[in-house]
Design a protein around this ligand. Structure first.
Ligand code: FAD
Ligand code: UDP
Length: 354
């Protein structure tokens, strides 16, 4: 928003963040061993949008990277999303075609009349056994809720495959910013009409600065001082470690669906960055109710409360609410970029043309 407002609309922009850095949750930096790590958990860029990719390409070169994830189940590490290889490894099978895998899955699937919850999505596709092995424990840890209490959109993010494609995402563009996200955002913000004020809550300065328009990217309920009650967000605690060995795990992320393990996943960054070094750096993710808000929690009652806040937001003059926390949507980075570009266009280009 800041870049477009400065560059295309010719406005002077002040970017305020209460953290001591730019880049939001995509912030990355080199740790003491020189590995580029992500402070707020692994951020993998993927999109099907030519426009979003072209826009970001103005500010960064890219490193091709196709993300792969293994799930630790029983004593094995198997491909996640579930694919034909996963089925063969779990059940000791030798399914060799898509059709055979399809038939095998159909034999386990438990079709449901209505697909409403995150449990329905998975059980109707792969049945109770695989659901419990891969999804139930992970989801209960991640959200503090049973999949039956969450909207179907949550587990529907993860496909089921009958081929042997073991990439986590199927998108057309799968690349990491060559020098990291922070470098990309710094270049985006490097503009004579953009000033940056860090370590500052906007509420501490909002009465002291003259402005025409504000773009708010924080939690929408906080903006309105929780007037209608708290909108639930899920948090995480991150444990970053440097490990004195060249490689910790075979792929960028290993998921731990077992509920007895307190963390959900471990990320090893060298897979993402392609760095070569004698040591490696990893992050454990521990879901938590307390802490910075990271995830909106998709379920009907939360959506209902959000709609009430959204009415207040729409009535707020000269304030635009943009992003994952302000619009209470479980958006990936590319979707947030797309939303920002569309909001900019509506608010600053189309109104001018009209
Ligand atoms: P944010 O990045 O959250 O930025 C909002 C900023 O507003 C923050 O810096 C915050 O400090 C600031 N702020 C809030 N309130 C105030 C205030 N009162 N005053 C001043 N500043 C304030 N997306 C992907 O595409 N791929 C991934 O692999 C991926 N992995 C993820 C993993 C994790 C663990 C998490 C939590 C998210 C992941 N995402 C991923 C999603 C991605 O982080 C978001 O889509 C993206 O960061 C949203 O951008 P945003 O600008 O809306 O919000
Ligand atoms: N999920 C799961 N097991 C897995 C991976 C994902 O149950 O091994 C479920 C879980 O509910 C998770 C959701 O699918 O929150 C979406 O997964 P994704 O990897 O997209 O989560 P994110 O990267 O956004 O945390």
């Amino acid at each position: 928003m800041a870049e477009r407002m400065a560059e295309e609309a010719g406005l002077n922009v002040l970017v305020i963040d209460r953290r001591e850095h730019v880049a939001g949750n995509a912030f990355d930096h080199e740790d003491a061993s020189g590995i580029l790590i992500h402070r707020y958990g692994p951020h993998i860029f993927h999109t099907n949008s030519e426009d979003v990719f072209a826009y970001l390409s103005r500010f960064t070169d890219w490193r091709p990277y196709e993300h792969r994830v293994l799930a630790q189940v029983e004593e094995k590490q198997v491909p996640m999303p579930i694919n034909r290889t996963t089925l063969n490894m779990i059940f000791g099978k030798s399914l060799s075609t898509d059709e055979e895998a399809e038939e095998f899955l159909a034999g386990m699937a438990e079709p449901r009349d209505e697909i409403r919850t995150s449990e329905d999505v998975v059980v109707s596709k792969v049945g109770q056994h695989l659901y419990e092995m891969f999804f139930r424990g992970y989801t209960r840890k991640q959200w503090g809720l049973d999949p039956s209490e969450l909207d179907r959109s949550v587990t529907a993010r993860v496909p089921t495959r009958v081929d042997t494609d073991d990439r986590y995402f199927g998108d057309k563009f799968q690349q990491m910013p060559a020098n990291g996200y922070t470098a990309m955002f710094e270049k985006m913000l490097d503009h004579p009409r953009i000033c940056i004020l860090l370590d500052t809550d906007y509420k501490d300065v909002v009465g002291k600065i003259d402005y025409d328009r504000m773009v708010f990217t924080g939690p929408v309920d906080e903006y309105f001082d929780f007037r209608l009650g708290k909108l639930p967000y899920r948090s995480l605690q991150f444990r970053h470690e440097m490990v004195d060995q060249e490689q910790f795990q075979p792929v960028g992320v290993v998921n731990y669906p077992n509920e007895a393990v307190p963390y959900t996943r471990i990320t090893e960054y060298k897979h993402l960055t392609g760095q070569v070094a004698p040591t490696t750096s990893i992050t454990y993710e521990y879901p938590s109710a307390e802490g910075d808000p990271y995830y909106p929690i998709p379920r009907p009652e939360n959506q209902e409360l959000f709609r009430e806040y959204d009415k207040l937001a729409n009535a707020e003059e000269n304030v635009l609410f943009v992003g994952r926390l302000a619009t209470y949507r479980y958006y990936n980075m590319d979707q947030v970029v797309g939303q920002a570009l569309a909001t900019f266009r509506r608010a600053f280009v189309e109104t001018k043309e009209a």
